[in-house]
Design a binder for this molecule. Structure first.
Ligand code: PMP
Length: 335
């Protein structure tokens, strides 16, 4: 803990967050009536879209004197990426404790531990209101830990703000404002809501489309339904409750994607585009391809989020025996 109290972060990593490339998926998108442009969030310094909020929330909390370098402990409930991002942004200044549901694979846990974060695993198959859920466990740990700051990414407006101030404006700049649609999954809803707000503020006519794993309740709630959800394999998006930050009023449409389709798309992204990305990227690209076929209007840009890299799923999605066990068998015998 070497940084003097009150000093805002100025690490190399902090200065590398954002300004990620927007690259056309020309092979996967060949022959489609619209261009598919992928926002490469896995190129952030600690490897995911969550670097944007990790650094932004800590900076804002420091400005508001909610954190004391060398003394405070950050506590958060995460699918893994926010934990890695917070540990990177907090490096050398804060203790980090994260809770994570047992559904998440081991790779992100190992990464968080490598960054020095403490990881508490919680049961997956409990309702969100259970005291044992990963969110309620994080709340309890925050209450019990002296000088703690509960990051609360599912409700913290600085999460959405990070995307409204950076991700959205970057997309507008990189496309020259020509965006017919924006496609993303929602975990906390920070990305999709923040980007949607930036697009709306700029007067963009872009359709905002939620890519949701089949089994999540979010797409159903957007349509006004009350169907129960069920388990699914893709990590980091969808869920069994609507987070406070997710403004469904800004979402025009939802596209439900099965686990098998998301996994197959991840493998296609590897072999056809040379991109090794996580499951939620597969979900979003699968949704973007479906949208590209139906979206009316002259040829334009569909922007799709690639939130993290595939190395975080080496033990799961990119492990052939894991895929076989779950019936996600690739048609390509080489895989
Ligand atoms: N993809 C992955 C892999 C994630 O971990 C997350 C965040 N949980 C998201 C997408 C969704 O981001 P957001 O929380 O901003 O909705």
């Amino acid at each position: 803990m070497t940084t003097p109290p009150g000093t805002l972060v100025n690490s190399a990593a902090a200065r590398m967050v954002g300004r990620t490339p927007l690259v056309e998926l020309a092979a996967i998108g060949a022959g489609l009536p619209h261009r598919i442009l992928a926002k490469c969030e896995f190129l952030n310094p600690a490897g995911s879209v969550k670097d944007r909020i990790g650094h932004h929330i800590i900076r804002r909390a420091e400005e508001e004197h909610l954190l004391l370098p060398g003394k405070s402990t950050l506590v958060e409930a995460t699918a893994g990426n926010t934990g890695v991002a917070l540990a990177c942004a907090a490096a050398g200044r804060y203790r980090v404790i994260v809770t994570m549901s047992s559904k998440m694979g081991p790779d992100k846990e190992a990464m968080m531990r490598a960054w020095g974060a403490e990881v508490v695993r919680c049961p997956y198959d409990v309702p969100p209101e259970s005291a044992e859920s990963f969110i309620n466990t994080a709340r309890r740990i925050a209450e019990e830990t002296p000088h703690s700051y509960y990051v609360d990414q599912f409700a913290n407006p600085w999460n959405r703000e990070a995307h409204e101030l950076t991700t959205g404006p970057e997309i507008l700049e990189q496309t020259g404002g020509e965006v017919a649609a924006f496609v993303a999954g929602a975990g906390t809803g920070g990305t999709i809501t923040g980007v949607a707000r930036a697009l709306t503020a700029a007067g963009s006519p872009a359709r905002v489309v939620l890519a949701d794993p089949a089994g999540s309740i979010l797409a159903d709630r957007l349509r006004g339904g009350h169907e129960p959800g069920h388990g699914y394999a893709i990590e980091g998006i969808g869920g069994d409750f609507v987070p406070d930050l997710l403004d469904l009023g800004l979402v025009d449409d939802a596209c439900e994607v099965s686990d098998a389709e998301s996994v197959a798309m991840c493998l296609r992204l590897q072999t056809e585009e040379g991109l090794w990305v996580g499951g939620s990227s597969g979900t979003a690209v699968a949704a973007a391809l479906r949208l590209a076929v139906t979206l009316p209007g002259p040829r334009s840009n569909i922007v799709v989020m690639l939130p993290d890299g595939g190395s975080r799923y080496s033990s799961t999605l990119f492990n052939p025996s894991w895929r076989t066990q779950r019936g996600f068998v690739s048609e390509d015998p080489a895989r």
